[in-house]
Design a protein around this ligand. Sequence first.
Ligand SMILES: NC(=O)c1ccc[n+]([C@@H]2O[C@H](COP(=O)([O-])OP(=O)(O)OC[C@H]3O[C@@H](n4cnc5c(N)ncnc54)[C@H](OP(=O)(O)O)[C@@H]3O)[C@@H](O)[C@H]2O)c1
Length: 305
Amino acid sequence: MTFNIKQIPKQEGRIAIVTGANSGLGYETARGLATTGMKIIMACRNAEKGKNAINAIKKDTPEADLELMTIDLGNLQSVREFADNYEKKYKRLDLLINNAGIMIPPFSKTKDGFESQIGVNYFSHFLLTNLLFPLLQKTEGSRIVSLSSIAHKKGKIDFENLNAEKRYSRMEAYQQSKLACLMFAIELQRKIDDSGKKVLSVAAHPGVSGTNLPRFIPRVLYTLAWPFMLFMAHSPEKAALPTLMAALDSDVKGGAYYGPQGFNDMKGAPGLAQPEPHAMDKDVAKKLWKISEELTGKKFTIAPA
Ligand SMILES: NC(=O)c1ccc[n+]([C@@H]2O[C@H](COP(=O)([O-])OP(=O)(O)OC[C@H]3O[C@@H](n4cnc5c(N)ncnc54)[C@H](OP(=O)(O)O)[C@@H]3O)[C@@H](O)[C@H]2O)c1
C-alpha cells in the first residue's frame, strides 16, 4: 500500500480541523490537506502564529482555503467555545485531526487542574471529539485521526497517578498521554462499530522529526543529540505523511494505526503500524473512557445508526 497525496481525488467541499496547525507536523498536515482543495480550519492557540502559518501555506498553495479559529487545549472552556463556534458556522465536518501536543514540560497544571501533558494531548482532544461527534456522524465518509507516538510503547495508564497526583516524571507523563491518545482512537472505533455508524477513527504517529516538540529538552542535550537526529529523524513534511495517509487513503480501516515503515518505526514511507499489545487492552480502554467522561464533564454517547 503506497500513499501519494498527488493521487488523492480533489476534496473540494470537504472541511478538516487540524489542531496545532501552526507548527511542525500540524502545519505540514494542513499544508498537505490544502493541496487537495479541502477547507482547513487551523485550530491554533496563538492567533499571530496561526496567521503566519496561513500566509506561509498560501505562498506555495495560493488557492488554499484556510481559516484560523483559536483554541487553547489547556482549557476545557476554550475547547467548548471552539466547538460551539464551529457548529454555529458549519453544518459538516469531514476530518478532525487531533494533532496538537506538548512533550516533557516542567510540571504544571491546565486550567482545569489536569497534569499538562495528559490535559493538552489527551483530555482536551477527547472532549473536542465528543463535542464534534454529532457533526462527524452526520457527514458521510468522516474520519478522526489521533496522533500517538513511538513513546506509547513504554507508556502505562496509571489510574493511581493519572494526573501526577503522587509524583511527576516528565517522560512517563508524555508516554502515558500518547498511549491514551492511541487507546482512545481504537476504543472509539470499537464503540462506533457497536453503534453501526460509519465514521472512522484512526491513529497515526510520525516517527521522529525535528519540530518544536523537544523545546523542553535542555539545549546542550539537544545539540549533542543532533548528529543522531540527522540519522534517525525525517523532515516534518515526511513525518506528516502517516497522518495524511490515515486521513485520506481510501483503503484505511477504522481502528488502524499508521506510521513510518523504516528503521525502528522512526522514519520512512507511511504504512500500517503495530500498536503494542497493551494499547489494545479493552478493560483499560473502557476504564480510561469512563474517567475521561467524568473528568471532562460530558458523557460521550454514540447513538445507534
Ligand atoms: N516531532 C516528533 O518527533 C513527534 C514524535 C511522535 C509524536 N509526535 C506528536 O505529533 C504532534 C505534533 O507535534 P510536533 O512535533 O509538530 O510539535 P510542535 O512543532 O511543537 O507542534 C505542536 C503544536 O501543538 C500546539 N499546542 C501546544 N499546546 C497547545 C495548547 N494548549 N492549545 C492548542 N495548541 C497547542 C502548538 O502551538 P504553539 O506553537 O502555540 O506552541 C503547536 O502548534 C504531537 O501530538 C506530538 O506528540 C511528534
